[in-house]
Unconditional design. Structure first.
Length: 246
């Protein structure tokens, strides 16, 4: 199961990911790195934040984690002026676990349907999830305060980088969208059927995937069926747990 050490690691990964992304943006604005290097940094760093928040959702409430992480939720750099906070993201994700891939699944809109529609929905998931959540559960003061904080962060980053911020933001959205497709469509749709599936990778790809994106990202993805059977198991233990779960 998930230990306190795992939780500390997730929180640490969030902090490190945020620092790396902000530092990379600063280097890009100062012309020390190219746009290609910035994209590579975003590609290997943002998934670590996202998966760490995902793992935290299953073991900690918003009252038990860092207030900054609770506010920012899906990304340390706001992906939009309309994004949810940790409590709402957690509510949606836990509901997804209760009714995965069904019409009742709040994440069904970026799982079900033809691939083109799924891709469009994945790329607009932050805004769509916000609108759908507010329509269902309403708007509260804390969510409003969090939105203002994120708007302030966006304003500062745009002020510092000008037009260069657009490229940074675009890279963030592309990586987030691709990750969404993998972590929702790919693991919940195979051979024309909806469900929750294991993703089988050659061992060499698994090894290099862990080196590039981190063990938590890869293990939580390829053993997603085990995760859905028991979301309390830390990602690093999913492979070991497979023989016990199934």
């Amino acid at each position: 199961m998930t230990s306190d050490n795992d939780v500390s690691q997730y929180l640490r990964h969030c902090a490190v990911a945020a620092l790396i992304l902000v530092a990379a943006y600063g280097l890009f604005v100062a012309d020390f790195i190219s746009s290609w290097i910035l994209f590579a940094i975003v590609a290997v760093t943002l998934p670590r934040w996202i998966i760490s928040v995902h793992e935290l959702i299953h073991v900690k409430s918003d009252k038990q984690i860092n207030r900054i992480i609770s506010c920012l939720a899906i990304s340390p750099i706001p992906l939009s002026i309309l994004t949810l906070s940790y409590p709402q993201i957690g509510e949606i994700h836990l509901s997804h676990h209760r009714t995965p891939t069904t019409e009742s699944d709040p994440d069904a809109y970026h799982i079900r349907g033809n691939l083109f529609v799924v891709i469009l929905n994945a790329l607009s998931a932050p805004e769509q999830s916000f609108i759908r959540s507010v329509q269902l559960n309403g708007f509260n003061l804390q969510l409003g305060v969090d939105l203002l904080i994120k708007l302030l962060i966006l304003g500062i980053l745009i002020f510092l980088g000008g037009e260069k911020f657009f490229w940074f933001w675009l890279f963030l959205r592309i990586v987030y969208g691709l990750g969404d497709i993998v972590f929702f469509r790919l693991v919940h749709h195979q051979k024309g059927k909806y469900g929750t599936f294991e993703i089988k990778l050659p061992s060499i790809l698994e090894i290099w995937g862990e080196r590039i994106f981190g063990k938590t990202v890869i293990q939580a993805t390829i053993h997603h069926d085990v995760h859905h059977q028991n979301p309390g198991i830390a990602a690093r233990n999913l492979a070991t747990a497979r023989s016990y779960i199934f």
